[in-house]
Every structure is written in structure tokens, then in C-alpha cells.
Design a protein around this ligand. Structure first.
Ligand code: GLV
Ligand code: MN
Length: 220
């Protein structure tokens, strides 16, 4: 009987631990800061090694990279400027990052997902249709006006589309220093080496000519 009780307790404990592990974003830091030292060598498991604290200055906690408008003259009519640990070393181990998203009228930040973060969007200028699709294939969306927000749960495919007449500007924030991005169109049709045409033709139920035509748009 006692053994059965202990087994139940163990199963409960294990489920609780797994639940916590699966809902956590980046791990909590164990020190005030750890400004990334990209030049340091050695084994790195999570994040980057820390710059010696004696060399850290206020500049390490400052980043002006989101102050300039991104160039939207591209096939999507949009631009995403990241402020993640790779561009802003002071974010290392702090579990947060941001993007600046500029979208020209009629432009789209194409369907993509972030494997390591939930995303919060705040619209600063213009009008954006934002949306994501859940794992049971339900589409959730809103048209945002300045000051309004939308949240995209971790890992789900989402996009922003400029439905206004002017340029749109949004800031997105993430609960990860490096959320990662998987852009559906370029991942499937522009990978290196490419995914075989017959796989994509079967998956999308189209002729291989259609696959070749789409691949030509995203070839590296
Ligand atoms: C928008 O979806 C972004 O990833 O910045
Ligand atoms: Mn995103």
C-alpha cells in the first residue's frame, strides 16, 4: 500500500515538473547580467559566455538599432529589425527580446513561427491585420489600430498584413533572448538543399510545375 502511495506521489511530482518545464520560456538568470562575449571560446549550452563584469559599461545595456525605419522594398513589402541577443549582447541570459516591424501598404510579414517564444505585438502606426492559427486549425485575427495589442502563443504560425493606406509600424516583444524564426514559404520552398518537388507536390496537392514556380521565387 505504502509502495503504491509512493508511486502515485512520484507520478504526480513528475507530471508537475514536466508541466513546469514545458511552459517555461528562457531560464531565469542566476546573476544580475551576463553581457554576451561573442569572442569567447568553449562549450556553450544556453546563451553565450559572459563578458568579464569589470569590462561592462552602460553601452552594453543600450541599443539604438530599432530607431530607424526598415527597408520595405522587397517581395513581401515588409521589414523586421531584430533586437535579440545577436544584435544586442546585453540581453544575454535575460530572457527577452524585441523586433521592429515595418510594413508598407499592402505588404505582409509572411506566415512564420517562433519555436522558442510567445510574441506580444503593439501597433504604433497605421493599421495591421494580425492573426495566428492554433494547433486545431482555428484562425484567430484582429485589425489593430495604434496602441492596440495582440498576443501570439508560442510556436504558432502567424502574420501581419497592412490593410491601411499608410506605412504601419509595430513593435513585437518575446519571452526569449533568441526566439528563432521559421518562415513558412522560405523554409518549405527555399531550403538548402531543397525539399524534393514530389514531396511538396503531394503535400500541397498541386502539380510539380506549381512547386517549381514557387521554388523559383524563394531560391537562394
Ligand atoms: C512579428 O511577427 C515578428 O516576429 O516580429
Ligand atoms: Mn513573429
Amino acid at each position: 500500500m505504502e509502495l503504491r502511495c509512493a508511486a502515485h506521489f512520484f507520478v504526480l511530482f513528475l507530471s508537475f515538473t514536466l508541466l513546469l518545464a514545458s511552459t517555461r520560456a528562457d531560464p531565469h538568470p542566476l546573476q544580475d547580467f551576463c553581457v554576451a562575449d561573442f569572442g569567447a571560446t568553449g562549450v556553450v549550452v544556453n546563451g553565450f559566455p559572459c563578458k568579464p563584469a569589470s569590462n561592462v559599461t552602460s553601452d552594453d545595456f543600450f541599443f539604438a538599432g530599432l530607431s530607424n525605419e526598415g527597408n520595405t522594398s522587397n517581395i513581401f513589402g515588409s521589414s523586421v529589425t531584430p533586437a535579440n541577443v545577436l544584435s544586442f549582447a546585453g540581453l544575454n541570459t535575460l530572457g527577452v527580446s524585441m523586433n521592429r516591424v515595418d510594413v508598407a501598404p499592402g505588404g505582409v510579414n509572411p506566415p512564420h513561427s517562433h519555436p522558442r517564444a510567445t510574441e506580444l505585438i503593439i501597433l504604433l502606426k497605421g493599421q495591421l491585420l494580425v492573426g495566428f492559427v492554433s494547433t486545431n486549425n482555428q484562425f484567430f485575427s484582429k485589425v489593430l489600430n495604434p496602441g492596440e495589442m495582440f498576443v501570439v502563443p508560442k510556436g504558432l504560425i502567424h502574420f501581419q498584413y497592412n490593410v491601411g493606406k499608410k506605412k504601419a509600424l509595430a513593435i513585437t516583444t518575446f519571452d526569449s533572448q533568441l526566439p528563432g524564426v521559421v518562415i513558412a514559404s522560405t523554409t518549405l520552398f527555399g531550403s538548402t538543399p531543397t525539399i524534393p518537388d514530389d514531396v511538396l507536390a503531394k503535400a500541397f496537392q498541386v502539380d510539380q510545375k506549381v512547386v517549381t514556380a514557387i521554388k523559383s521565387k524563394f531560391a537562394n
